[in-house]
Write a protein that binds this ligand. Structure first.
Ligand code: CA
Length: 221
């Protein structure tokens, strides 16, 4: 496989490159998140360190997931459970905490590949639900042809649901992605944003609540 290794620690990167090459992989190494975003398109697999000098690794991971479904394992020194959860929610397929044995890494990589890829990013920039038109690229929403003014977060929330119609997104997952904190105090704020979306569009069913689970894009019928 063509493996993109995003790791700023030269010694670790060099050891991993050697180990991966020994297993028949072609390795491209990058020490910066910006390069990772640029190079991910040419990779069959990405190994991503979270502690990078130019960008928070979780931010890099989120951005990467907007454009690519490449299999990815987060490789990091962070051990807090919260970081693990956030990494996995942000789109990692698996997680390894340093130090680890290379045989463990190889096994995890194989397992991720065997399991298959995660859902693809959306093919369309425009999602329509009944007479509601959500333009993800231009960040515009129209109901029955009339534009609806949404705040940035209201739009982000609707877009998050619209990107994967039918998929239920948990409250923590939404709070993490939109508010940047899964635990959070903004919990009440999420309810308010959902109410606003329903009221402003005049389509109460557009955001469907699944009690105790989360939200998904609903219908306008
Ligand atoms: Ca690092």
């Amino acid at each position: 496989m063509r493996v993109l290794l995003v790791e700023d620690d030269d010694r670790l990167a060099s050891a991993l490159t050697t180990a991966l090459a020994r297993h028949g992989h072609q390795v491209t190494r990058s020490g910066l998140a910006v390069d990772a975003l640029r190079l991910a398109g040419g990779a069959d697999f990405v190994l991503l360190d979270l502690g990078l000098p130019d960008m928070d690794g979780l931010d890099a991971l989120r951005r990467l997931r907007r454009v690519s479904a490449v299999p990815l394992i987060v490789v990091t020194a962070r051990t807090e459970e919260r970081e693990v959860l956030r990494g996995l929610r942000s789109g990692a397929d698996d997680y390894l905490v340093k130090p680890f044995r290379t045989v463990e890494l190889m096994a995890r990589m194989e397992a991720v590949v065997r399991r298959g890829t995660r859902p693809r990013p959306p093919r369309d920039d425009v999602v329509c639900v009944g007479d509601v038109r959500i333009d993800l690229e231009c960040r515009q929403v129209a109901v029955a042809g009339e534009p609806v003014a949404l705040t940035r977060r209201e739009f982000d929330l609707l877009a998050m649901l619209a990107r994967e119609p039918g998929v239920v997104r948990g409250r923590e997952e939404i709070l993490d992605e939109i508010w940047g904190d899964p635990l959070l105090s903004a919990s009440r704020s999420l309810d308010v944003h959902v109410s606003n979306l329903r009221a402003k569009t005049g389509r109460p069913g557009l955001v469907e609540t699944l009690r105790g689970t989360g939200y998904r894009l609903g219908s306008t019928a």
